[in-house]
Design a protein around this ligand. Sequence first.
Ligand code: SAM
Length: 308
Amino acid sequence: VRPYLFLVAAGVVLVLRLVLVRLRVGGTLDATPLLFARAPLNAVRFALRRAVGWRRGAPVHPNEDKAELFAFASDPAERARLEARERELREAYDLTALRERSSCEVYRENLYVLDLLDRHVGQALRERRAPAVRAVDVGSKDFRYAFALERFLRHASESERKVSLVGVEIDGHVVYSDLHSRADHGEAYARETGNPDVTYWVGDFLRRSDGDLDVVFFFFPFVLRYALVRWGLPGEHFAPEKLFAHARALLRPGGLLVVVNHTHEERDRQLAILAATGFEVIASAAAESALVDYAANVAERSITVART
Ligand SMILES: C[S@@+](CC[C@H](N)C(=O)[O-])C[C@H]1O[C@@H](n2cnc3c(N)ncnc32)[C@H](O)[C@@H]1O
């Protein structure tokens, strides 16, 4: 009987998967209730990752030639514009070391982050006239954009600042296809900034007690429950109001919160949360940048800057 039961179970899973794909592709029905069937499995897998705490040591991040960095832009005039913007950002934010030691994908990702920060947060950070800044990035994944954050904090000012930055990630023990964990990569990207005060920390942001922060970054926080479940986290970690209230408590008076959201639905929820947690929103705009090859697929992204 057992092999038959197994076949039936496999068949049910397959049909459910096909239904999910069909719903997603068709886009006519909301597949969210089916997605929530994953929640208990998320809890087991997350607990296992935490218990194992897989580490394999420092990975070697490959370098790639940057001559074809913007080969995805077929229009020569557009390509020239992207190259000019890359040069501008590289000179303003001292990106040569990253350019000489990164894959094209990681370099473009850092350019994307810097392009957004430079245009939407630069002015607000320049107004902070202090020789040092302290910042936290919440939900850093593998922290591949650590270089951009560090250089932005360091150079968006009259004169170069001292920077301390922590990348915080609750699910740091995810194992990648190279058998290195997220934390292995996170620590390596932090080290590659060349600043010993840039670190990667595995744990819940709600447990951090860093006070007097100048900036808290959130790139794609979970403000809608289904996004967290789809990412693979257990439902108990869905706590956006608590996370933003905590960020507010850790920021110094007048400190900055920078949030990037994926969709208009997330942005609207985000703005409601910020209002409820007492932030003053100073800017909210489309997070557009043509420096990445996937820009056309993320047209709804937005960036919001708020103050305590
Ligand atoms: C959508 S991902 C964004 C990753 C990254 N910021 C990026 O732009 O690629 C959100 C991340 O936040 C992490 N996260 C969620 N809740 C967290 C918490 N309470 N403390 C720390 N990290 C958290 C998740 O594990 C996930 O890696």
